[in-house]
Design a protein around this ligand. Structure first.
Ligand SMILES: Nc1nc2c(c(=O)[nH]1)N[C@H]1C(S)=C(S)[C@@H](COP(=O)(O)O)O[C@H]1N2
Ligand SMILES: [Mo]
Length: 507
């Protein structure tokens, strides 16, 4: 017998109901993520898709397309991933609709819960390498019980909305339509397992591209966001410099004094390159070191505009926070040295020196003056803010290396991998070695070529290790062939030395 029904609107249609249920589930997910830090299935999916951003050609595309995506790439990808996730639930809801409509409420609810738990346990967790239902020993992130309970809760939300919306509910027993729906579900499972294989294949290929370094969890990214880049200043409250009214003055032993606004500066030929900045007070193994992409004007260009007088030998930099420091004119004339106004393509943040700062790679951070207001050319040495407090005047960066991974990553071949960074200022890093026996013997680590001669190197090292803890040491050799000194020195006055020793966990 055919039922006679009023024409159902879109929201009562199979698509409409599934869309509503899916959106409702998405909203609940976001809410509990924020309120209760619940493990989020689309976030798990994102953990997987985000690997794409580490694939070199994707990375280059994102950073070279003039879309200004650099900073937001991960958010854009997260939104896309979330939408794809919700989309798959719309499709699921549509496919299951006849079955949901014909089974009783309890069965319908259990079906949705089952699908949700299964998708997390059999797809999203394995995709991240955490094993079926998160059983892998390396799963420190998604405690299985909580994760599955939340997955069940999300399935429940979907079911409740779906059932409430389904005005055309029928309670008569399963019939052909319902059986058809079951067949479609099985078809979907088969199709998605094929798709899964394709995705996994692509993933493996992408992993090959990302290579060894992409696999090492905990390894510092090659380029740090402004937020992740360390901040150091003498101030309790960093100065807020208004763009209006800010000027950079070039004074002292010059033919004509210069006064530049930010617009003037931006109108000059710009250079963009990554460079590593590190604080002289950084301890061995510390994180007062960072590498970002900086954009600005060659300082030599400004000095040429002003015309350097004979006898000038020193640059004195003064800043809006009543800070001053100096470095030799020779360092100021290097191509590496710029007055920067962008970090990773964005205006400097207040903490990193808005509107402009000096970057003089190879020399410790204290000479990289932020909120710079004046550059004076002088003919004698000058003692800056930290020099009068006993710190090095030349402040040439010392060779350092750091282990980033307190926990080793288990690789497919059974070995475990660790990694970190190494930096030797303008001398560059030639080699990184690792000792896993407390310094008795050293083996060469894999060195990722630096982005340029101003940037740090990532290194990685894999070895056969028993589960447990291992005392690992690292040392770098600079471009001149000099091995990092193992002599321990505190940061004051010339910068810390000694090898970073880290107790690494192997599970
Ligand atoms: N004007 C000004 N510039 C400054 C400082 C400061 O206190 N005032 N601190 C310096 C120090 S000690 C370091 S290590 C670097 C840190 O730069 P960052 O905060 O961008 O990493 O800025 C340098 N430039
Ligand atoms: Mo510093």
């Amino acid at each position: 017998m055919k039922e006679v029904m009023s024409e159902p609107g879109f929201w009562q249609s199979r698509w409409g109901i599934s869309l509503l249920a899916s959106l409702g589930m998405g909203v609940v997910m976001l809410a509990v993520r924020i309120v209760a830090a619940a493990p989020l299935p689309p976030e798990m999916l994102f953990n997987f898709t985000a690997r794409l951003l580490g694939v070199p050609w994707v990375f280059n595309l994102v950073h070279e397309l003039p879309l200004g995506l650099d900073q937001y790439a991960k958010y854009a990808l997260f939104i896309l991933t979330f939408l794809a996730f919700l989309g798959s639930w719309v499709l699921l809801g549509w496919l299951l609709d006849p079955l949901l409509r014909r089974s009783n409420r309890l069965a319908a609810t259990l079906l949705c819960i089952g699908v949700s738990v299964a998708s997390v346990g059999l797809v999203f967790l394995p995709l991240q390498g955490l094993g079926a239902f998160g059983a892998a020993p390396a799963n420190f992130f998604y405690p299985p019980l909580t994760t599955h309970l939340w997955a069940a809760a999300f399935g429940l939300v979907f079911a409740v909305i779906h059932i409430l919306m389904n005005r055309r509910r029928q309670t008569d027993p399963l019939r052909r339509e319902a059986l058809g729906s079951l067949a479609r579900l099985l078809g979907l499972v088969a199709a998605s397992s094929i798709l899964g294989r394709i995705v996994a294949g692509t993933y493996a290929a992408a992993q090959g591209l990302v290579g060894f370094f992409g696999k090492i969890t905990g390894l510092s990214p090659e380029i740090l966001s402004a937020g992740d880049h360390y901040v150091v200043s003498k101030n309790i409250f960093n100065p807020t410099v208004a763009e209006k009214g800010w000027q950079l003055r070039i004074t002292g032993l010059v033919d004509n004094e210069l006064t530049l606004t930010l617009d003037d500066l931006k109108a000059l030929p710009a250079v963009e390159r990554s460079s590593t900045l590190t604080c002289i007070s950084n301890k061995v193994g510390g994180d007062l070191i960072g590498n970002s992409v900086w954009t600005g004007v060659h300082l030599s260009y400004l000095l040429e505009m002003a015309g350097v007088k004979d006898g000038a030998s020193e640059l004195i930099l003064r800043a809006a926070d009543n800070y001053s420091d100096s470095f030799p004119l020779m360092a100021g004339l290097r191509d590496a040295t710029i007055v920067a106004y962008l970090q990773n393509g964005e205006p400097l943040t207040r903490d990193h020196g808005f509107p402009a700062r000096v970057l003089v790679p190879g020399i410790y951070g204290m000479k990289n003056v932020k909120w710079v207001a004046e550059i004076e050319l002088a003919d004698s040495d000058y003692q800056g803010y930290w020099q009068v407090r006993g710190w090095s005047d030349s402040a040439i960066v010392r060779t350092m290396s750091r282990i980033d991974t307190a926990r080793a990553t288990r690789l497919e071949d059974g070995n475990v991998a660790i990694g970190g960074i190494a930096f030797a200022g303008l001398r560059g890093v030639q080699r990184v070695e690792v000792s896993v026996d407390g310094g008795e013997s050293w083996r060469e680590a894999e060195l990722k070529p630096a982005l340029n001669e101003l940037s740090w190197n990532l290194w990685g090292f894999s070895w056969q290790a028993e589960p447990g803890t291992h005392d690992v040491l690292v040392r770098a050799t600079d471009g001149s062939g000099e091995v990092q000194t193992k002599k321990r020195a505190r940061p004051l006055p010339d910068g810390a030395t000694g090898y970073h020793l880290l107790r690494v966990n192997v599970s």
